[in-house]
Design a protein around this ligand. Sequence first.
Ligand code: NAG
Length: 222
Amino acid sequence: MAQFINLTLPVMLLLSLFSIEALAEPSLNRPQPRYDPQTVAYIKSSCQTTLYPDLCLRSLHRFANSNIQSPKHLTHVVLAVSLSQALKTREYLVQVAKRFEALKNSKNRRDYFVVQDCLTQINDSADELGHSIKELERLNKIPTTLINDDVLWHMSNVETWMSTALTDASTCVDYFPGHRMSKMKAEIRGKVLNVAQVTSNALALFHRYAAKYREAAQSKRP
Ligand SMILES: *[C@@H]1O[C@H](CO)[C@@H](O)[C@H](O)[C@H]1NC(C)=O
């Protein structure tokens, strides 16, 4: 018996250590040496401030080996993910709309129009995400230390494009209320919801940075 305890105790301790480790460290931090630990820490702490932190971590996971250390860079990466999801979703909706059109029966007419409307929203959303990325790139050309109206102007443009993109994607989500849906509708909803949530995260990340900048700009004014 004594021997049993002697053996189990260290094993138990070891096991509990492992499980604590597993709990404390989500997939982002699994030992993968190519990940830059500073970037990982930065991504984690930034994602905690968003509405969908898990999704934020997941969407940034494959960028953890790059050197992301600024909120502008982080926003840029999240926006690029969001745009790529929006474009994929648009392609998907184009295919779904074609299938509905081919059926051409009155039973599916309503669904066809809903899909078409959603396609319009996601198309707009993708367009607006593209605009916000362009504005962010314009902003990135200006040195971060500078406090001036040009920076404030680009910042507010980035936010406007992003929130419009979020509104359009969310409008499409609302077309598919989440109960008793066909598999296909649930799939559409899942895809557009993803676009909306990733965009919401990008907006949150950028907004926090912009708010700090505005505060600094305010305090430097007479
Ligand atoms: C998306 O919008 C553009 C105009 O902004 C239009 O030319 C294009 O046909 C639209 N694509 C789809 C799939 O609706």
